[in-house]
Write a protein of this length. Structure first.
Ligand code: UD1
Length: 418
């Protein structure tokens, strides 16, 4: 089994390069099921979740190839098999976003039901309720949902929570529906705006993506396109945490500071200085971090995906912080690993109370998911001795070069391959 070995490091100095956003590229790949033709995506991260989505597209009948670093060519020959098999949905829950495009293109989709995961149960009831309003009917048997719609019809869809996946699924179903669809209380994440930009380039008529009200005028025809994936704000958060924890000065080349306003504000309260830079985002930390309270919220609030990094930072900050999780239940599992590294954290329901320590203590720890795994790597920069991080394949789902990029800015991080 591979391991990542980290020794106390810092200050960090230099440039890191922000790759394309995982949470955008997966949806753009799914959207290529909407119309036959050749698609070309740029700024695609070399991560295993992209490999799983590529497998899913192949299982449906498409071809996927990487002609060069960061590029992905997708050929949709038409006549796809409208199905997302269990083996792939089980590996990656985001696979369920193929439902919207398949319904739009073929009037049906057979999608395996995702199970729960480390964040607790993650139902898809909002996805189903939303597309049902467009005229979709469902049958569920043998672990699959079979969705059908002879004619998709535009409708007003009021989401009870601004779910990212539900907003994307209904947006992709609605692009070919007859008439207008209006999504209210839509998720506002930058990755939703990126998906809408991709769809509009294909010929869709979407207004308001990135705000709470998205209107979609159905069209009869869509065509394949070329598109550059928006940068990954969560990967950028990883390096902001690294510089906050280890000290130093980094430029996050390619980052979009305008997508990270609230994060910059929060890390600013902790003592990390940030500034928009012609290349992306500049960040510097030269004192011990300060404790702050924070609560996760849908965008533009503090993203739940940032939380493991913020908790890692607060573990070594001066003072006591309270962190509240409002998006997912049970998303504190990595806290036990930080405690193994000497962090003083008490969780109670969806709250965590963190008493900052001057330093952590290197220990063997285990990754449970993508961001939590990466957070252990950056926390270990402030741990005396050596930290051994096991199961780093979770990190590979969302990072192509975390170890190499940290090494390049002076961190003592290596991957041991067995
Ligand atoms: C996406 C992101 C994930 C991020 C999350 C919230 C991808 C691949 N993943 O996940 O990294 O943490 O947004 O920003 O883009 N819910 C329901 N019923 C539903 C749908 C969601 O109850 O039908 C609940 C979920 O359990 C959760 C909350 O709504 O508590 C938010 O989920 P959602 O925004 O849908 O997250 P994902 O799209 O799954």
């Amino acid at each position: 089994m591979d391991r990542i070995i980290v020794r106390q490091s810092g200050p960090l100095e230099g440039d890191v390069h922000i790759n394309g956003a995982k949470n955008s590229v997966l949806k753009l790949m799914a959207a290529s099921a909407l119309a036959p033709g050749d698609y070309l995506l740029h700024n695609v991260p070399a991560i295993t979740d992209v490999d799983v989505m590529a497998e899913l597209l192949r299982a449906m009948g498409m071809t996927v190839a990487s002609p060069g670093p960061g590029d992905l060519e997708i050929r949709n020959p038409g006549g796809l098999t409208p199905e997302a098999p269990y083996e792939l949905v089980e590996q990656m829950r985001a696979s369920i976003v193929v439902m919207g495009p398949l319904l739009a293109a073929y009037g049906e989709a057979r999608v395996a039901l995702p199970g729960g995961d480390d964040f607790g149960p993650r139902p898809i009831d909002m996805h189903l309720k939303a597309v049902e309003l467009l005229g979709v009917t469902f049958e569920s048997a043998h672990g699959y949902i079979h969705a059908r719609a002879d004619n998709l019809v535009g409708a007003r869809v009021l989401l009870e929570f601004p779910s990212v996946g539900a907003t994307e699924n209904v947006m992709m179903a609605a692009v070919r529906a007859k008439g207008q669809t209006v999504i209210e209380n839509a998720a506002r994440e930058p990755e939703i705006a990126d998906l809408a930009a991709f769809l509009n380039r294909m010929g869709a008529k979407i207004l308001g993506a990135g705000t709470s009200t998205i209107s979609i005028e159905g069209v009869d025809e869509l065509t394949s396109v070329e598109h550059t994936v928006v940068p990954d704000r969560i990967e950028a958060a990883t390096y902001l945490a690294a510089v906050g924890i280890a000290g130093g000065e980094l430029t996050l080349v390619g980052a979009r500071p305008d997508h990270m306003d609230m994060l910059c504000q929060k890390v600013g309260e902790m003592g990390v200085r940030t500034s928009t830079d012609p290349d992306g985002l500049w960040a510097m930390a030269n004192h011990r971090l300060r404790a702050v309270d924070l609560a996760t919220l849908p965008y533009p609030g503090v993203a739940t995906d940032y939380k493991p990094f913020l908790v890692a930072m607060l573990s070594v900050a001066d003072g006591v912080s309270i962190v509240t999780e409002n998006i997912f239940s049970g998303r504190f599992r990595y806290v036990d690993e930080l405690i193994r590294m000497g962090a003083d954290i008490r969780t109670e329901g969806h709250h965590a109370v963190i008493r900052g320590r001057a330093a952590l203590s290197g220990a063997p720890v285990r990754c449970h998911d993508i961001r939590a795994g990466a957070a252990l790597v950056v926390a270990a920069l402030a741990a005396e001795g050596e930290t051994e991080i096991r199961d780093p394949d979770h990190i590979d789902r969302g990072y192509s070069d975390l170890v190499e990029q940290l090494q390049a800015v002076g961190a003592d991080v290596t991957r041991v391959r067995d």
